[in-house]
Ligand binder design. Structure first.
Ligand code: HEC
Length: 184
C-alpha cells in the first residue's frame, strides 16, 4: 500500500511539473503576442477631441514615436506604407479602425473595424473585426475602404473610396458632439 501511495505521489509530481511547464510555455506565448499587438477593450476608446487631428481624422497611438510616424504617413498620404501596429483612427465618434499585425486580419492588412456605442458613461463595442457593416448605410466598412488598399486602407479624400454622405462641417459637428468629452 505504501508503495502504491509513493508511486501515485511520484506520478502526480511528474504531472504537476509538466503542467507547470505547459502553463509556463502558454504564458510566454500569450506574453509575446501581447507585446507585439494591441489589446483593444472599451477602455481603449475615449473622447476623440483630445486626440491629434489631421484634416478630418483623429489619430492615436500610445507610443509617441509611432504616433509621429502614423501622423506623417497620414499627413503626406504616403502610398505603400503600413501604419504602425497600435494606431487608432477615428473620423466619427462611433466608428474606428485599429491596426494589428498583418497576420491577425490578412484581408485588411491588419486593420480591425469597430462600430461603437458612445454615451456619457463611456464606450460600448457593438461590433468588431474585418466584416463590420456600417448600419446606417448597410454597407461593410471594407467594401468602401478596399479601393484605398495602396494607402493601407485609409480613405481620406482622393484615395478611391466611395464618399460618405457627410461634409467636413457635419463631420466636425459630430466630433464636437462626442458625448464622452466632459462638458465645460
Ligand atoms: C460609403 C463608404 C464608406 C463606408 C461604408 C465606411 N467608410 Fe470609413 N470612410 C469613407 C471615406 C470616404 C472616408 C474619408 C472621409 C473624409 O476624410 O472626408 C472614411 C474615413 C474613415 C476613417 C478615417 C480614416 C480614413 O480612412 O480616411 C475611419 C477610421 C473609418 N472611415 C472607419 C470606418 C468604419 C469602422 C466603417 C464601418 C463601420 C466605415 N468606415 C465605413 C468611406 C466609408
Amino acid at each position: 500500500m505504501l508503495h502504491f501511495i509513493t508511486l501515485v505521489c511520484r506520478l502526480s509530481v511528474c504531472v504537476f511539473r509538466r503542467s507547470v511547464l505547459v502553463a509556463g510555455l502558454g504564458f510566454c506565448m500569450v506574453y509575446s503576442v501581447a507585446a507585439d499587438d494591441i489589446a483593444v477593450s472599451e477602455q481603449t476608446f475615449d473622447c476623440i477631441l483630445g486626440w491629434p487631428k489631421i484634416r478630418n481624422t483623429r489619430i492615436k497611438n500610445s507610443d509617441p514615436e509611432q504616433l509621429k510616424e502614423a501622423m506623417r504617413i497620414f499627413r503626406d498620404s504616403i502610398p505603400d506604407r503600413e501604419y504602425p501596429v497600435g494606431t487608432i483612427l477615428q473620423l466619427l465618434p462611433f466608428e474606428a479602425m485599429v491596426k494589428h499585425p498583418r497576420e491577425t486580419f490578412p484581408k485588411t492588412n491588419g486593420w480591425e473595424f469597430f462600430a461603437l456605442d458612445v454615451s456619457e458613461a463611456g464606450t460600448k463595442i457593438k461590433d468588431r473585426g474585418d466584416n463590420v457593416v456600417n448600419l446606417s448605410l448597410g454597407v461593410p466598412c471594407l467594401s468602401c475602404h478596399q479601393p484605398a488598399a495602396r494607402f493601407d486602407f485609409v480613405c481620406e479624400k482622393g484615395h478611391g473610396c466611395a464618399p460618405i454622405p457627410l461634409d467636413d462641417q457635419k463631420i466636425a459637428e459630430l466630433q464636437g458632439a462626442d458625448p464622452r468629452c466632459s462638458k465645460k
